[in-house]
Design a protein around this ligand. Structure first.
Ligand SMILES: [Mg+2]
Length: 198
């Protein structure tokens, strides 16, 4: 039987966080870098309106998602995690992105896991439904909401999420650290079971 239920965000967590930037720079005739993205909302860094960004996204979403690069070591570590734990991919992407998202998982040979495209940043309900033990995220506001509801969150470091953390959130800098944290959680859970508190 698998041990932990692990919910994993996709964009900025499994993918490299700035895969939209090159195309957005070209489209809007800008020259921003990752250092300019100090908030999650990309339109702010591009100095455009939210509507303009949505228009761009609606044109290029499939292309962007299909070509997205992975973060370093995400693939081998996801494969390692998948051997011992349940993986649930929980993303704010719209349900209409299901096909391209699945294709992207296939071509990158990532573990299958169950895929949930919520079309919303609110992930607490899904985490509850999946009895999530660890949630891996890059969006600060999601991390706060999840931690506030009692979930353990690993927040993968990005320029746009460097705010003060609250109890329940651990900042991690790469997938190797994520694996270490998950192993620690697993040990902790087994200890709790053995003394009868879980
Ligand atoms: Mg994300």
């Amino acid at each position: 039987m698998k041990s932990l239920n692990i919910c994993i965000d996709i964009d900025g967590t499994i993918t490299e966080p700035y895969y939209w930037m090159e195309l957005a720079n070209k489209y809007f005739n800008k020259n921003i870098t990752s250092k300019d993205v100090i908030e999650y909302d990309m339109h702010k860094a591009l100095n455009i309106t939210r509507e303009e960004f949505i228009k761009f996204y609606n044109i290029y979403a499939e292309e962007l998602h299909f070509k997205a690069d992975l973060r370093e070591k995400a693939k081998p570590i996801l494969q390692t995690i998948n051997k011992k734990h349940n993986i649930y991919y929980v993303t704010a992407r719209e349900p209409k992105m299901q096909e391209v998202t699945k294709k992207w998982f296939d071509i990158n040979k990532l573990p299958k896991g169950e895929l949930y495209l919520l079309g919303s940043h609110y992930k607490v309900e899904k985490a509850r439904e999946l009895e999530c033990n660890v949630f891996i995220e890059d969006r600060y506001e999601n991390a706060l909401q999840l931690a506030d509801s009692g979930f353990k969150v690993l927040l993968i470091d990005c320029e746009y999420n460097r705010y003060d953390l609250v109890s329940g959130i651990t900042r991690v800098y790469n997938w190797e650290e994520i694996l270490k944290e998950i192993n620690n959680c697993d040990i902790q859970k087994k200890k709790e079971i053995s003394v009868g508190i879980a």
